[in-house]
Design a protein around this ligand. Structure first.
Ligand code: MOS
Length: 761
């Protein structure tokens, strides 16, 4: 017999973080253990099934043909040769594709998930260079690929904006910058800048970047009648489920999406055309379909980070205090996506200044929809801001860390809210000590090893805390003291399941081996997206709510013969394998004892996270200090990063091992951003011309030095588990730390990423 709360209508949690800290904080003290990932053994044995590995009878394989113009109409689409090719099951174009609704754009409603809102293969219109124009299904991948190469197309070209230089001449004002005002002005910053004794005022540029997760975007899909089964590689499977139902006009209950393992997701493993095309083709062929994009395919149809041009101007007094902080600029965007690359966000929270002007615009282009990519906004915004701070420190003759100490704000400098928890200066001090910052020579070009000029640089890392509402968690506790906790969230390799299993073990006071964490299945209680470094805190909020319900249900079950008789939720604590009176440890009963006496085998509870009220009251951000040492060859201009250290203040760390990996991964991605990564976009045709890993250079082993990670491990009193997100902050500040180190080594300021050899020659 099962104790069952109303699973259809999960109770909202009552815990209000802005009022009380997570009751777990300071009680058990065993969060953070460096446990190895629980999915590790499955992965190293090849037993973890990824989206493109799920077996199906009668499966066929999809290949795509892509447009070669940026904007226009198809005038001829020749598919006869492809249809006759060996092993071809069918060719789908706009002429025979099933009618489908266009995706709704992410953030246009709480359930929308489209990375773009353009219709998918419904007409002859072309909106970007690389848009899919046909899907070929083959008996094998090779047959499908070959047949796709036989498709020919002619077009009527329409005028297209493919030059950023042209597009930014007529910028568009944004209505909103991800819910924040796009222009933030405090005082007369331009006037204050002009009058400030010391000024820096420069333009910084960052290029386009593409998503290059190890696992290519893939899905295996099958229809049974009107029911759709999708094995996806996803970071928002609940939204994908609802969206596919909407696109195909079926009940959401008829769509089942799973994504138990993902081979890396950084904002790009969302709903793009390929899943929709696979579902449509499977419907047409009446067979299961597998689509796995080629690496080129990912460049053609999965958007990445957009190009930015940013101005940072700082007006300072001789002591470093800021009279003016100006951060403005423009990014390229399309009218069909929701990612404005909010590079002005860091300047809203990092430093005290008397006046501010923070404003950004977009320049619309005819290109693939750009999207979220690890720390969208903050990654490129910190490049500009943190380089400018370094330039200012030099002009003032101040150590860059000392400058940051002098402009450390007491409260959020633009909203005026108190910080929930902020230890940026401590992060700098810890990092400086460990890195040997005192050995840096403030005058550039003074240190060398043969042809190699050596320099050190530092920069601030920052990323906001947020928690998505609506996530639900189900806890099933059995009489043998085991718990299964279920929610439709994601583990893309970052350790979600491991960290949450640890968290639950500590919260319930049961051994880790007794915890099962179920995730990655849309049929589980509704989860949240894995995005914006919000998933961990969001799950935490839902788990707190579910344990509150569980505690109340257990007290009810315990009844009058229990030491807990007459107690309510407010009187007790949960943990140590049972429930105990807060002030009287003798009033304790174990879960097992409660279930046994009430004749139950298990109890099941479900609840939803409370609304995130904490960010309305507090300025909540994670911080860090990035330290870099480079060697730059005087002969070739080559930059080698010789040492790196990231010192973070991200609240309570839940698993020292997986967290360190997250920070390191972010830093490595930041090294790519600093030195090598750049999507080459042909401004004449709008075509990405380096659509392969041979020509788009991500860091490889030899590019990555020893990276040390430190963290303050100071629990944030306003966050569930005291933990703020850690997925994205690692990349922020890295490019600036590298650029500042390059300057310290060579005396050359590179304000235009990536810092390639030619710029240093
Ligand atoms: Mo992150 S860019 O929200 O995966």
């Amino acid at each position: 017999m099962s104790g069952q709360t109303d699973l259809q209508n999960p109770k909202p949690g009552r815990w209000q973080p802005a009022v009380t800290s997570d009751p777990l904080l300071g009680k058990h003290g065993t969060l953070g253990q460096p446990i190895s990932r629980i999915d590790g053994p499955l992965k190293v044995q090849g037993k973890a099934r990824f989206a493109a590995e799920v077996p199906y009878e009668n499966l066929c394989y999809a290949a795509l043909a892509y447009s070669t113009i940026p904007r226009g109409r198809l005038t001829r689409l020749e598919t006869a040769e492809a249809e006759k090719a060996p092993g071809v099951v069918l060719v789908m174009t706009y002429r025979n594709a099933p009618r489908m609704k266009a995706p709704s754009l992410m953030m246009s409603s709480p359930t929308a998930a489209g990375a773009s809102d353009l219709p998918v293969l419904q007409n002859d219109e072309i909106h970007w260079n690389g848009q899919p124009i046909a899907v070929v299904l083959g008996e094998t991948q090779e047959e499908a690929d070959y047949a796709a190469s036989l498709i020919e197309a002619d077009y009527d070209l329409l005028p297209a904006v493919t030059s950023f230089a042209e597009a930014k001449k007529t910028p568009r004002q944004l209505d909103t910058l991800l819910g924040e005002p796009p222009i933030l002005e405090i005082g007369d910053a331009e006037g204050a800048l002009r009058q400030a004794p010391v000024q820096v005022d420069h333009i910084y540029r960052t290029p386009r970047h593409n998503h290059n997760a190890i696992e290519l975007h893939a899905a295996t899909v099958a229809w049974t009648g009107n029911e759709l089964r999708v094995h996806d590689a996803s970071q928002l499977l609940d939204l994908t489920t609802g969206q596919l139902a909407d696109i195909f006009g079926i009940d959401p209950g008829k769509v089942h999406v799973t994504s138990p393992f993902v081979g890396g997701g950084f904002g790009g493993k969302c709903l793009w055309d390929h899943q929709i095309l696979a579902c449509a083709a499977a419907k047409l062929a009446k067979r299961p379909v597998r689509i796995m994009l080629s690496r080129e395919g990912v460049f053609r149809i999965v958007g990445g980070r957009t190009v930015t041009e940013q101005r940072v101007a700082l007006g300072a007094n001789a002591d470093g205090s800021l009279e003016a902080l100006i951060h403005t600029g423009v990014v390229a965007m399309t009218r069909h996506n929701s990612c404005p690359e909010q590079f002005t966000f860091p300047a809203r929270h990092l430093y005290a200044a008397k006046t501010f002007r923070l404003a950004q615009e977009v320049a619309d282009m005819d290109m693939l929809a750009n999207t979220f990519m690890r720390a969208p906004g903050e990654s490129v915004g910190t490049f500009a801001l943190e380089c400018a701070l370094d330039e200012l420190a030099e002009k003032l003759g101040l150590d860059p860390i000392e400058l940051r100490r002098r402009i450390e704000p007491r409260q959020d400098p633009t909203s005026g809210k108190p910080f929930s928890s902020r230890h940026l200066i401590a992060a700098y001090e810890n990092g400086a000590k460990e890195f040997g910052w005192h050995r840096r020579n403030g005058t550039p070009g003074q240190q060398r090893d043969g042809e190699w000029l050596i320099g050190m640089g530092c920069a601030t890392a920052t990323y906001p805390y947020y928690r998505f509402p609506g996530g639900a968690v189900r806890i099933r506790l059995t009489i043998d003291g085991r718990a299964t906790v279920s929610t439709a969230v994601h583990d893309m390799g970052m350790g979600t399941a491991t960290a949450q299993a640890q968290h639950i073990a500590v919260r319930l006071g049961i051994p880790l081996e007794h915890v099962t964490f179920e995730h990655g299945d849309s049929r589980l209680p509704r989860g949240v997206i894995a995005g914006g470094s919000t998933q961990t805190a969001s799950i935490g909020g839902a788990i707190i709510a579910a344990t509150e319900v569980l505690t109340e249900e257990l007290i009810k079950l315990a009844g009058n013969d229990s030491p807990l008789a007459g107690l309510t939720l407010g009187d007790v604590e949960i943990g140590n394998g049972g429930i105990v009176h807060k002030d009287d440890a003798s009033r304790f009963e174990s879960y097992e004892s409660i279930l046994r006496r009430s004749g139950r085998h298990d109890i099941v509870c479900e609840a939803q996270a409370p609304q995130p009220s904490e960010v309305a009251t507090f300025s909540m951000h994670s911080y860090g200090a990035q330290f870099c040492e480079v060697k730059v060859s005087e002969i070739t201009g080559e930059t080698r990063v010789s040492r790196f250290l990231g010192s973070f203040d991200a609240g309570q760390i839940l698993n020292a091992k997986t967290a360190t990996s997250q920070f390191k991964g972010g830093i490595i991605m930041g090294l790519g951003m600093a030195l090598t990564e750049e999507t080459n976009f042909d401004e004449r045709s709008g075509r990405v011309i380096n659509a392969s890993l041979a020509e788009y250079h991500v860091p490889v082993q030899m590019d990555v030095p020893d990276i040390r990670i430190l963290y303050t491990n100071s629990p944030d009193p306003q966050a569930p588990m005291g933990a703020r997100g850690i997925g994205e902050i690692g990349i922020t500040g890295v490019a600036a730390a590298v650029a500042n180190a390059v300057y310290n080594a060579t005396g050359k300021r590179i304000r235009d990423l990536p810092i390639t050899l030619d710029k240093l020659m």
